[in-house]
Design a protein around this ligand. Structure first.
Ligand code: IPE
Ligand code: IPE
Ligand code: MG
Length: 240
């Protein structure tokens, strides 16, 4: 492996989104059950949260459970729900103490009533924190997000000529937040898997074969170094 990028570049994404993929393969490579990979993934999240704060990232959006992930074996789905509940029980105090503002993006309906209540309480407790916003995408789908937006726009009786990008932004789960500057995907796949379809239209995309439980501070630095070297043209001609 090369050892570039061990110092922090001067341009850092304000909003970083991560597709935390590869937990299952990480576990399989160690002869462990998939859920052990998901638990290792949670441990890693703690490291990446700390590093993100350290690097000055202000919004971190993590893809934890997609609308498509319901189709996995029941035991894995149940395990993932239990992990979310355990994380809230165990980590909320520390997150709050660290000034993390927790938010949920996705549909809460569909989760168990207990889990819904815990998520709502965590959001309420941390709502005034301003060190870092952590958007947890759980039961999230980009298409579902657009469907619920269109439904509410119509239900609100918005006249067609008032529909523009700003208005649609307002109806998304991420209302009020700037779009992600970079989307990082661990685990090597080169696809969005229904993540932030609207918001990521001009995000810089970065894919690494490193599985999520192994994606540490150094790996995050490499991704940020890439980001700092990218020229974001937004469809215009290169700067001279
Ligand atoms: C990502 O890891 C976590 C979730 C989708 C919940 P995976 O479980 O998809 O791990 P792989 O891709 O099978 O290795
Ligand atoms: C994307 O990973 C969803 C999350 C990381 C939560 P998947 O493993 O579900 O995506 P695919 O199946 O490889 O597209
Ligand atoms: Mg996967």
């Amino acid at each position: 492996m090369n050892n570039e990028a061990t110092s922090l570049p001067d341009r850092v994404p304000y909003h970083l989104a991560i597709i935390m993929d590869g937990n299952g393969r990480w576990a399989r490579a160690r002869g462990m059950p998939r859920l052990a990979g998901h638990r290792a993934g949670v441990e890693n999240l703690r490291r990446i949260l700390r590093a993100s704060s350290e690097f000055g990232i202000k919004i971190l959006t993590i893809y934890a459970f997609s609308t498509e992930n319901w189709g996995r074996p029941e035991a894995e789905v149940r395990g993932l729900m239990n992990i979310l509940e355990a994380v809230i029980d165990r980590e909320l105090g520390q997150l709050h103490a660290n000034g993390v503002q927790l938010r949920h993006i996705g549909e809460l309906e569909g989760l168990s009533p207990i889990l819904q209540r815990k998520v709502r309480q965590a959001i309420e407790l941390t709502r005034n924190n301003d060190q870092l916003i952590l958007n947890v995408a759980f039961n999230y789908g980009g298409r579902q997000e657009l469907i619920q937006a269109f439904r509410r726009i119509i239900a609100d009786g918005v006249p067609p000529e008032q529909i523009d990008e700003t208005l649609i932004d307002y109806y998304l789960y991420t209302a009020g937040q700037p779009d992600p500057d970079m989307v990082v995907r661990t685990g090597g796949e080169m696809r969005l898997s229904n993540f932030l379809l609207w918001q990521a239209s001009y995000a810089e995309y970065y894919s690494t074969p490193v599985f999520w439980p192994d994606f540490d501070r150094e790996e995050l630095l490499k991704a940020i170094a890439q980001f700092a070297r990218r020229e974001r043209r937004y469809g215009l001609v290169p700067q001279t």
